[in-house]
Design a protein around this ligand. Structure first.
Ligand code: COA
Length: 314
């Protein structure tokens, strides 16, 4: 189990921003074209509407532009860009290259694909770059799942959507207290998308495993950080299904009132899901300096990832 060395150089968020797909699609809109209905989608998933449209680079530039403006920094002073995504605009180059140029960055840029666990994977990588001397890292989670969703398949179409969340991470008082990155490639066939194809999913099996691996990863991060469930002020779970979130919270013994929740508005936006939920809670004033925040995601792979941060750094 990797532990964060005591004297490692730390970093904290100094700016953040989000963006959603261009067009709002309600459950009723979907019910007009396939055999589903608003009541079923709300009850079985927690989703009321979602937002789709725009390219990965467009949404990334929008969310990251807000994060850079909030941090009040010169884009040219950023030392690295890490973009978590499962849906790059092109196979080559990485979408982070397009975003790097559009934002006027002068640094290395790379994509990370860990499906819906991507933002936490990227977050841990970004902290590693700071530990290796980077002063500022731009961290983005963006997915355009609408592009790989079959809009005639009600098993998947009701779930997936588009969005982006970004943060500037700057060296200084450290926020990261514990982390865990997991993957189990033996479960690859229950959730995948081939080149040029659409997402294929065994929903029930994904659901069953999701709760288990989220809880397992969150418990590992809490053990690494030396904190207990009652110390967590805000849990930011991957926004895939409200029933998965509620089952995971129950097993972790973190009350649902402490969960960040945007699924009703966003649907499942994969790599964007955790930053969208986190920064919504922060902007709503739900997080104060020194609060412990637990992020926990799961996704295709199957991957799982979690991180505990102390808001504002210590
Ligand atoms: N609209 C209306 N009815 C639907 C439906 C839809 N979109 N999808 C399925 N149904 C029906 C089924 O036909 C079934 O009907 P029946 O009882 O008459 O046979 C009933 O609803 C229950 O179907 P079931 O497949 O058991 O639903 P569920 O409770 O397992 O929910 C998911 C389906 C996909 C919402 C749920 O399994 C899930 O969220 N899984 C995880 C998926 C996920 O998170 N993927 C991304 C991971 S990053």
């Amino acid at each position: 189990m990797p532990q964060i060395p005591k004297d490692v150089r730390g970093a904290r968020f100094t700016g953040w921003g989000t963006a959603l797909g261009r067009r709002t699609v309600t459950n009723d809109d979907l019910a007009a074209t396939m055999d589903t209905n608003d009541a079923w989608i709300r009850e079985r998933t927690g989703i009321h509407r979602r937002h789709i449209g725009g390219t990965n680079a467009e949404l990334s530039v929008e969310s990251a532009g807000r994060a850079i403006a909030m941090a009040g920094i010169d884009p040219a002073s950023i030392d690295a860009l890490v973009l978590a995504t499962t849906t790059p605009d092109r196979a080559v180059p990485a979408t982070s290259a397009t975003v790097q140029n559009a934002l006027g960055l002068r640094c290395g840029a790379f994509d990370v694909n860990a499906a819906c666990s991507g933002f936490v994977y990227a977050l841990v990588n970004a902290h590693g770059l700071v530990a290796m001397g980077a002063e500022r890292v731009l961290l983005i989670g963006t997915d355009i799942l609408s592009r790989i969703t079959d809009w005639t398949d009600r098993n998947t179409a009701v779930l997936f959507a588009d969005g982006s969340g970004a943060a500037v991470l700057e060296a200084g008082p450290g926020q990261l207290l514990g982390w865990d990155l997991d993957a189990d490639g033996s479960a690859e066939d229950i959730l995948y998308c081939d080149h040029g194809g659409f997402i294929q999913m065994d929903g029930k099996e994904v659901f069953r495993r999701a709760v288990r691996i989220m809880v397992d990863s969150a418990q590992k991060s809490m053990a690494h950080a030396g904190v207990k469930a009652e110390d967590i002020a805000l849990i930011v779970p991957h926004q895939a299904n409200i029933r998965i979130i509620s089952a995971a919270c129950e097993r972790l013994e973190v009350p649902m009132e402490r969960a960040a929740m945007v699924i009703h508005e966003t649907g499942n936006t994969s790599s964007a899901s955790i930053p969208l939920a986190l920064f919504d809670a922060v902007d709503a004033g739900r997080v104060k300096q020194g609060d412990l925040v637990l992020m926990v995601g799961f996704g295709a792979g199957m991957t799982a990832a979690s991180a505990i941060i102390e808001w504002g750094g210590r």
